[in-house]
Design a binder for this molecule. Structure first.
Ligand code: HEM
Length: 489
């Protein structure tokens, strides 16, 4: 296979996964035949390897390669069929490959399944984080956090994000130099989120918070030993600094020295309400940190993939551009994008969905079985890790015609339930789903509606040691304003 041509699909394993599908189906057929003829309840196949170690080294090796950690899953499926088990870091893992299995898990979240408790994660983001709290607190905290993320509450965010984006894109175009889309989107999403959450706009403070958030994020899946120099140590120290900063801001607001219209203010306004209707300070602070970490890298990676996919698919890019121009052409020059305008970006929304389907920002969603149970006829033991394999589901040719093709129009039709799950589903559905969508829509609107771009590095390798698939190159592009492109044409 020749790599690196612009017309090619970005990631090798995607293509290979598809090519391997027939082989995987053969393995599945043989197993189905065995099941039918022997009348035995079949075990999930797979290699557990040595106690504790299992296949951990193969997993780490895939994670450390430019093919990304999903390559580990792809290969095992090829050997074992669609359902397989493996042992990683001492725990048995099952990868659940279909919408029916996904539905069973989502529908029983907190009852039969829960997120696995990882000590380093709770230490880093905090025990009161949505990612770590038990079911009773989760319901309350989630309800109270949700309101500022509803579509109607995001209007102010849309206007601010649009303004910031326009300024920064214009500067980059005027400079005329190549820049990495990934870095640009990481900064954009981080700055916009800190503004929306706590009205922080000062550069030096933003930089400090970003560095600390990155350290916390790195510590989330590290070995929890407090030795100076380790990822865990750096993360915990960064967390302390962040909590101090958040505490100071909360203090200033409480003393009336500062009032803003932002997420934090809306939480503090509940101070006089009964405990069930408000968050305490540690809940507020842990979740401020959680929102930044959960929202920044995911959204930025998706934005980067949209640029790559649109570059490789000129037809989709042209349709998208036409739609954006039809919106800007009827607005006064320089007018901001309103929340209502976003409702008219219909093709753009399909581009967002297709980007999320193809890029699988979160490759799989991990859960632990709280008791013995069955999923799709397979016995699952208490303590096993069951991973909803969104990547496989999103590339299954039984669910998506020609799944490797970037084809936003496929979303003209409704998808089968649980076959499109980039934001998960059930009680743990992504809290930032609306924010992620509007961020991507505004970005696509301004980028395709104002510029053309060249991709300056055709390398399709993935970043090493990353759990979110991102191009190793960072997707460098050079912008040209549409007016200049038209003059030259
Ligand atoms: C394209 C961008 C995004 C994607 C693909 C994404 C995806 C997801 C997924 C799949 C889950 C559920 C995981 C599971 O079931 O285990 C999730 C949870 C979550 N997301 Fe997002 N997310 C994105 C952006 C955001 C943003 C912008 C925010 C916040 C501002 C955010 C905050 C959260 C939070 C707090 C949770 C945990 C919810 C809970 O456990 O109740 N996400 N996200």
């Amino acid at each position: 296979m020749v790599l690196g041509l612009p017309s090619e699909v970005a990631i090798v394993w995607r293509k290979e996964q598809q090519e391997n599908k027939r082989d995987v189906e053969c393995v599945d057929e043989r197993r189905a035949w065995k099941r039918a003829t022997t009348n035995n309840r079949e075990e999930i196949p797979g290699r557990l390897g040595l106690p504790f170690v299992g296949e951990t080294f193969s997993f780490l090796s895939a994670t450390n390669s430019t093919r990304g950690c999903y390559d580990f899953v792809r290969l095992r499926r090829l050997w074992n069929g669609r359902w397989f088990k493996t042992r990683l870091f001492g725990k048995i893992h099952i990868f659940v490959p279909n919408p029916e299995g996904a539905r069973t898990i989502f529908a029983n979240d907190f009852v039969l399944f829960n997120k696995g408790y990882v000590k380093s994660m709770a230490d880093a983001v905090g025990k009161k984080s949505l990612l770590c709290v038990p079911v009773e607190s989760h319901k309350r905290i989630r309800r109270l956090l949700s309101e500022p993320f509803s579509m109607t509450s995001l209007s102010a965010f849309v206007t601010k994000f649009d303004k910031l984006l326009c300024e920064r894109l214009q500067k980059l175009e005027e400079r005329g130099k190549s820049f990495k889309v990934l870095d640009f989107c990481m900064k954009m999403t981080f700055d916009a989120m800190c503004d929306m959450l706590m009205s922080i706009t000062e550069d030096s403070l933003l930089q400090q918070i970003e560095e600390d958030c990155n350290a916390v994020s790195d510590a989330m899946l590290s070995i929890p030993i407090m030795i100076p120099g380790t990822r865990y140590y750096k993360g915990i120290t960064a967390r302390k600094r962040l909590m101090e900063t958040f505490r100071e801001i909360i203090g200033r607001r409480r003393r009336g020295e500062e009032t803003r219209e932002d997420f934090l203010q809306s939480m503090l306004q509940r101070d006089s309400l009964p405990p069930s209707e408000k968050l305490d300070d540690s809940e507020i602070m842990d979740n401020l940190l959680t929102l930044i970490i959960a929202g920044q890298t995911t959204t930025a990676a998706a934005m980067m993939w949209s640029v790559k996919f649109l570059h490789d698919n000129r037809e989709a890019q042209d349709i998208l551009r036409e739609e954006q121009l039809s919106i800007t052409n009827i607005k006064p020059d320089g007018a901001s994008l309103s929340h209502e305008d976003l409702n008219n970006i219909r093709y753009g929304l399909k581009v967002v969905k297709e980007t999320l389907r193809m890029s699988n920002v979160l490759l799989w969603f991990p859960r632990v079985a709280l008791q013995d149970c069955t999923i799709e006829g397979y016995d699952i033991k208490k303590g096993w890790h069951v991973n909803i394999d969104a990547t496989y589901i999103h590339h299954d040719s039984d669910l998506y015609n020609d799944p490797l093709k970037f084809n936003p129009k496929r979303f003209d039709e409704h998808q089968k339930p649980y076959s499109f799950i980039p934001f998960g589903s059930g009680p743990r559905t992504c809290l930032g789903i609306n924010m992620a969508k509007v961020t991507m829509l505004v970005f696509l609107h301004r980028l395709a509606g104002g510029y053309t771009w060249t991709l300056d590095d055709l390398d399709t390798c993935l970043e090493k040691k990353a759990h979110i698939p991102r191009l190793r190159s960072g997707c460098p592009i050079t912008l040209k304003s549409l007016s200049k492109t038209m003059l030259e044409a």
